[in-house]
Design a protein around this ligand. Structure first.
Ligand code: DGT
Ligand code: CA
Ligand code: CA
Ligand code: ZN
Length: 562
């Protein structure tokens, strides 16, 4: 709806729909359930859902359709959802291309761009045409993979419901989901059961199963309505560990572990570790690793990127745990483009058990996000001071820090004056524009931002969007050198589309002794829950607790800011 409204140049409403969509996506409960329990009144309690949208939701739940939306689709029969995934293709462009060239889908778009039909159109030009072709290439590269957060909640739900069956003795997610890779091909689930047929029957009849690819004695494969596949394998108790090790992968990690077994005159397979025909171990992963001379290796490390070599000499890192984070320093509020008030964010952070939360709204040059200028930042500062007093009176312990998310301008300066920044607890600086600068210039730009004593953190440093936008060109060694020298902290954004820094960069930062912070960049209180994905990424990058500054108490944290 937001897209269609935007294509029609309707003001405000598109944002309202987007806000509501974001709310629905991050609900902890199915909206159908909410409606069944509390009717439209309950719907109206969902953040961002007003009367009109609540009616639409009701209509959809009752009829499976929304007339308003169907009318839009008839008027503009485009594959808009596909088209806007091409970087640089907004809905308005898509509408013009439909009207002028009859482009309805990605195929049409590619044909027209390759034939040079887009460049001559008013407002498009050679550069846009070239960008469209680049964007199309990018989409193709990532075809068929899903972002981890599009998968993990469903995978967990399925595992939970299987776990409740009395026929299921043990269950675990395996494959790339267990390794918490940033994109997932399919979900692998492993079960121990003495009655495989019953478990299998239940599995293929789960809610949301769209297709059954196959169902044999110990393996079944299904397609979920969201578009991804799930493989279920059933193994015997005595093989659970070796099967879990095998199906967790990745493949290269497996090849090496198997080779190590061979070197010891053993044979490792999904069925167990064997000496000749005799199974030595197999029930737990720990047993399997130990029997081939390795400590237990956390799934996030199993990529054959040196973890086996490190394990053999007892040099595996003690990676950060999922409960080690004490606060989130990158949070937006309704003062800029967030959904919730400061107090609502604070409450949500308390509910997560945090010791502190940092408020970091956008600043003035990010007009689309309603960025704050100096005056508004200072006013926010006063508001935060009032909130602190109130919290104190109520005996609430959570610390509220005041920061902001600056824009790094073309020359590396930032868009708020230092005299104001000095009054804040910290500032994050991020790249939000001019992403295609050449490497040397881009590096200089970020270096200059890091040299600003008030810039404590660089937000989502490479600015990539998984499957949509390549990272910016950076001399990362130089970035690390300056980060170290200036004491600037690099962010690991937990936004599932960003997961930026990537694992390999995290590892390089850690090796250079550069500190990092895991933040969610929450634009809505529910998004504080995304932290988990950032921690996974940090673990995949071998980061330890000491490498991540928001594992510290608030006092330590403030002391360690440059
Ligand atoms: P994905 O699904 O593409 O995100 O990645 P994975 O790692 O989940 O791969 P998948 O689903 O094809 O297979 C699950 C695991 O099974 C994989 O991580 C390792 C193991 N595996 C699959 N095929 C092979 C193979 O040919 N050789 C070995 N050694 N292991 C395999
Ligand atoms: Ca898989
Ligand atoms: Ca699979
Ligand atoms: Zn942000």
């Amino acid at each position: 709806m937001a897209r269609f409204l935007r294509a029609d140049n309707v003001a405000f409403k598109p944002y309202a729909y987007e806000r509501a969509a974001l709310s629905l996506e991050t609900l902890n409960k199915d909206v159908g359930e909410i409606y069944r329990e509390g009717g439209t009144k309950a719907l109206l309690e969902i953040p961002g859902v007003g009367k009109a949208i609540a009616d639409h939701i009701e209509e959809y739940l009752k009829t499976g359709k929304i007339k308003h939306y169907e009318d839009f689709k008839k008027k503009l029969p485009l594959k808009l959802d596909d088209l806007v995934r091409v970087e640089g293709m907004g809905v308005r462009k898509a509408k013009i291309l439909y009207q002028k060239l009859g482009i309805e889908n990605l195929k049409d778009l590619e044909k027209a761009a390759k034939a040079g039909k887009i460049a001559p159109l008013f407002g498009f030009g050679e550069k846009t045409e070239k960008n469209i072709l680049q964007g199309l290439e990018f989409l193709k590269r990532d075809k068929g993979r899903f972002l981890i957060h599009e998968i993990l909640p469903t995978a967990r739900k399925v595992a939970e419901s299987l776990k409740k069956l009395k026929e299921v003795d043990h269950i675990s997610l395996a494959g790339s989901v267990r390794r918490r890779k940033e994109t997932i091909g399919d979900v692998d689930i492993l079960v121990v059961s003495k009655s495989p047929a019953k478990v299998m029957d239940y599995f293929v009849k789960l809610d949301g199963v769209e297709k059954i690819w196959g169902k044999g004695g110990t393996k079944a494969s299904i397609r979920m309505k969201e578009g991804f596949d799930m493989d279920l394998r059933i193994v015997k108790k005595e093989s659970y560990g070796s099967a879990l090790q095998y199906f967790t992968g990745n493949k290269d990690h497996n090849i090496v572990t198997r080779k190590i077994a061979i070197d010891r005159d053993l044979k490792l397979s999904e069925y167990g570790l064997f000496k000749g025909k005799k199974q030595i171990v197999g029930a737990t992963e720990e047993d399997v690793y130990k029997a081939i001379g390795l400590p237990y290796i956390e799934p996030e490390l199993r990529e054959n990127e040196g973890e086996i070599e490190a394990g053999l000499v007892g040099k595996l890192p003690k990676i950060i745990g999922y409960n080690d984070i004490k606060g989130d320093l990158h949070c937006h509020t309704s003062s800029s483009d967030g959904e919730n008030s400061i107090e609502e964010m604070v409450k949500a952070a308390e509910d997560m058990g945090y010791e502190y939360i940092g408020i970091s709204d956008h600043t003035k040059t990010l007009g689309v996000a309603n960025g704050l200028d100096e005056k508004k930042l200072l006013r926010q500062r006063e508001e935060i001071e009032r909130i602190r007093e109130k919290l104190k009176k109520q005996g609430r312990k959570i610390a509220v820090l005041h920061g902001c998310e600056l824009n790094i301008l073309k020359d590396g300066s930032v868009d708020i004056s230092n005299s104001v920044l000095e009054k804040l607890d910290y500032a994050i600086a991020s790249i939000h524009s001019l992403m295609k600068m050449p490497k040397a210039e881009m590096t200089k730009r970020i270096v200059r931002a890091m040299e600003n004593p008030n810039v404590k953190i660089i937000g989502h440093p490479t600015a990539r969007l998984i499957g949509e936008r390549d990272e910016i060109q950076l001399d990362f060694d130089k970035i690390l050198e300056v980060a170290k020298k200036t004491g600037t902290i690099l962010e690991i954004s937990a936004q599932p589309k960003r997961l930026d820094l990537r694992d390999i960069y995290i590892r390089r930062a850690k090796n250079e002794g550069v500190k990092m912070v895991i933040n969610t960049d929450a634009h809505q209180k529910e998004q504080l829950n995304l932290m988990e994905y950032g921690i996974s990424q940090a673990r995949r990058g071998w980061a330890e607790k000491e490498d991540i500054i928001n594992t510290n108490s608030v006092e330590e944290l403030l002391k360690n800011f440059k």
